[in-house]
Design a protein around this ligand. Sequence first.
Ligand SMILES: Cc1cc2nc3c(=O)[nH]c(=O)nc-3n(C[C@H](O)[C@H](O)[C@H](O)COP(=O)(O)OP(=O)(O)OC[C@H]3O[C@@H](n4cnc5c(N)ncnc54)[C@H](O)[C@@H]3O)c2cc1C
Length: 419
Amino acid sequence: MGFSRNVKKSDVVIVGAGIIGVCCALKLAERGLSVVLVDREAPCEGASFGNAGVISPWSCVPQSVPGLWKKLPRWVIDPEGPIFIRKRYLASFLPWAFKFLQAGKAEKVERIGDAMMVLSNRSPSHYRELLSGTSELELVKDSYYIFAYKKAEQASFDHFGWQMRKKRKVPLSLINAEQLQELEPAISKKFEAAILIHEQARALNPYAIGKALVTKAKALGVQFIQSEVKSIQTDENIWSTNCEENKYFSNKLVLAAGVWSAALIRPFGYFLPLQAERGYHLLCHKPNIVINHSVMDVEHMCVASQMQSGIRIAGTAEFAGIEAKPDHRRAFVFKKALKNLFPSINVDHAEPWMGRRPTFPDSLPCIGPVPNLKGLFAAFGHSHYGLGQAPNTGQIVADCIMDKKSNVDMSPYRIDRFK
Ligand SMILES: Cc1cc2nc3c(=O)[nH]c(=O)nc-3n(C[C@H](O)[C@H](O)[C@H](O)COP(=O)(O)OP(=O)(O)OC[C@H]3O[C@@H](n4cnc5c(N)ncnc54)[C@H](O)[C@@H]3O)c2cc1C
């Protein structure tokens, strides 16, 4: 092949300008590297556009935990339930589902939980640092994460997930219906209790946070190119990012293309179990109520939060492959859940959205150098937690690229852990 030595090249090309790629770009630019950030869309229009906005420094409970399989049949059978598998996709889904259940064994989840905590650690303050110097600091609001229960007896710290959090000293408290009403006056009186996670934050507009960070990165010299990446190649330690019209050369390449990353790395012999876990949201404009925190309806497994432009409720795990068209009925199902949570909410002006969480069976991303491919770094697979985990991911990727020693045990995030 032979790349021309005279062609202009940057220190780093980042493929994918979701929140992960953007945080990597900013961290690298802050260290003085020349960075090219490539995306076929404008920045943060993938999964990072419409998430629930939860910025948790305490994420430590993976999606697959012991005993989950007992709940799955009920969820899968219910056409309005939190999990949906399209019939035509079932055969492709089953091998991944098997790995997912295996990852939920008791002996595995504790290590996964610790590795999740490392990525989530201090995320609200990291966002504030990243957003400093922009006019968007107020987009990150301190808040509780409220897990609301219909029956008081269900709100018990005995459940596996709460035990995991307690072991990691996550600040929690149990409140009754009256205290819940004080925190969220619009919530239905049918909710008898809630568990609060303290010292959390929420994003009032995850997309605007991404855009503000890109603007800051550009001011530090990051070049954003809007173009589809067709392939990546390496020759004599130089990487080529091959787009429709141009090629971009670099010493280092960061793959941060969310769920699409697996296809770009497949030609190098990596067959990764990266699933498009398709989530939906419904954004209610003019809701006529205000909510003050991130509120999880535990029964329906969806999270409601106040955004700048209305109230957003998000959730669902739909398995249908990457490219299948959205089925917005899954988003409109949330109208019922919203009414159930907040009886006086107006849901007449509701807008649906679908995004693809990039999800590995163990709920952990791949981060760090790719073995045997010098100069290639992974930064994808953040499943349900990418908004919260993006700042630390950016920091870790920048440390890896700069060859800086860090205290982070990288083994849980290795890309070859699935072999
Ligand atoms: C409904 C829902 C609710 C969620 N709620 C939360 C939450 O409350 N808190 C939280 O922490 N996380 C949440 N998440 C998860 C979070 O949104 C994701 O983990 C995160 O956005 C992943 O970011 P990313 O940058 O890896 O992927 P993406 O945002 O999908 O970015 C990948 C980018 O790569 C680009 N790309 C891909 N292939 C190519 C190519 N070939 N050429 C050029 N560009 C390419 C895409 O266009 C895209 O912009 C939620 C997700 C969903 C769907």
